[in-house]
Ligand binder design. Structure first.
Ligand code: ATP
Ligand code: MG
Length: 418
């Protein structure tokens, strides 16, 4: 038997309704905020994510699914959604349109991680991107959009953590302060953090190793080092969130898992799903478009993990949508199955979800099947019924039995649905 690859999951027909529900809800909210969907390829040229040397994140350095295609091109399966959207923004000259550009996506994401609860090698993200505004109003809009998704789904056990990591300019002083601080702990830092110490000490703050986390608690705080402009941006954003009544916690240890962030970074963390509690992460990336060869266009956005979101809803006893159930089962005999087929097709044409026996089972077996599948209404189509053009509709839940002519059947079911 061939098994599913490690760290991936099937979504079975019996549970896909959860995905339809969540996708429907996020599309609704994105639409209300004026965001339109963008679809970019699942794979891109590796350089899009590598962006030259110097990237120090795990996602780019260790976790990418990279391979040579048959034309010897280095290809990478999307490890995140932002870079592909930014590439498309530049390539299609979307900056020629009136700004800002607002886009959202729902995409699979691939990372070679150690699989565990809430951590997969293929997961899915709902993400949004706002290009062309440097204003903290844009940061507030992005955060509010994520918050609206959670609000609409009824999620309450959630903390918004927010920080500013400044701009490359003010980060120089901060990096120096971090190097001085962590330099004293060289013998206790993990090997990866020793490397980070040289290349990008900020990343040590994102390390998941306990010992490093412990040391990081005493590290200098970024907010003490950012420049006046970055500080003003941060404070204005907090002011707007206050004005909107959005609660948050300023958490100086948040740096996020990707190198392109500038100024705002934020995370929505749930207490309902254990240690992989970050359901949504985002922030501002003012230099990404320029780094990718575009004009200097600021951007802000987030990525929300759909699998984790489903876990939050289920663990909190919240709705994950309604199972998709058909309306009517038309049971038949061998001599009437063709008539059942004709009736079912005419009902489907009229918008009724109807089924009949495709396997040649006995009436008893058909009734058992209809019961197992929770059809709310069942009719038995015998020769008599065919002759008269009338069936008895049995309500399986409401225990009713009513005679309905064929041509009144779709109206009857639709009426019952209400
Ligand atoms: P984490 O700190 O949990 O590794 P991250 O910093 O890698 O998260 P992002 O790259 O910002 O997260 O991705 C956005 C969201 O996608 C996360 O907040 C999370 O909900 C989800 N996510 C990230 N990696 C995974 C994964 N391997 N499996 C399932 N969901 C994930
Ligand atoms: Mg990660």
């Amino acid at each position: 038997m061939i098994n599913i690859p490690k760290g991936t999951k099937d979504v079975l027909p019996s549970e896909v309704y959860k995905w339809h529900y969540i996708e429907g809800e996020v599309r609704k909210v994105a639409g209300l905020f004026g965001y339109k969907e963008i679809r970019t390829p699942v794979f891109e040229h590796t350089e899009l994510f590598l962006r030259g040397v110097g990237d120090t994140t795990d996602i780019v350095n260790k976790e990418m699914y990279t391979f040579l295609d048959k034309g010897d091109r280095s290809i990478t399966l999307k490890p995140e959604g932002t870079a592909g959207a930014a590439r498309s923004f530049i390539e299609n000259a979307l900056d020629n349109n009136p700004q800002p550009t607002k886009a959202y996506y729902i995409t699979p994401v691939f990372r070679y991680e150690k699989p565990q609860a809430g951590r997969l090698r293929e997961h899915h993200q709902f993400g949004v991107e706002l290009y062309g505004s440097e204003s903290p109003y844009a940061d507030a809009e992005i955060i509010t959009l994520a918050k609206s998704v959670f609000d609409n789904l009824g999620v309450t056990e959630l903390e918004l953590n927010i920080n500013s990591i400044g701009c490359p300019n003010c980060r120089k002083d901060y990096s120096k302060a971090l190097r001085d601080y962590f330099g004293d702990y060289r013998d206790r830092l993990c090997p990866t953090c020793l490397e980070r110490l040289e290349k990008n000490p900020l990343r040590i703050l994102d390390c998941k190793v306990e010992e490093c986390k412990e040391i990081a608690k005493g590290a200098p705080v970024v907010l003490d080092y950012i420049c006046d402009d970055c500080r003003a941006h941060h404070e204005r954003l907090l002011g707007y969130l206050d004005a909107l009544g959005v609660q948050y916690k300023v958490n100086p240890n948040i740096v996020r898992g990707l190198d392109y962030y500038t100024r705002t970074v934020f995370e929505f963390v749930s207490t309902a799903i254990g240690s992989q509690g970050t359901v949504c992460g985002g922030g501002r990336y003012n230099n990404l478009v320029e780094q990718l060869g575009g004009k200097p266009i600021p951007a802000v956005g987030f990525g929300m993990g759909i699998e984790r979101l489903i876990m939050v809803l289920e663990n909190s006893g919240l709705s994950v949508g309604d199972r998709e159930i058909s309306d009517l089962y038309v049971a038949s005999f061998e001599s009437t199955t063709t008539e059942a087929m004709k009736l079912v097709y005419s009902l489907r044409k009229a918008g009724v979800k109807a089924d009949f026996d495709l396997i040649g089972r006995s009436l008893k077996a058909q009734m058992k099947f209809a019961d197992k599948c929770d059809y709310p209404y069942v009719v038995v189509l015998g020769e008599d019924e065919v002759k008269k053009g009338v069936v008895t509709v049995k309500g399986m839940k409401d225990k009713t039995a009513e005679e309905v002519p064929f041509d009144g059947l779709s109206a009857y079911i639709r009426q019952k649905r209400k």
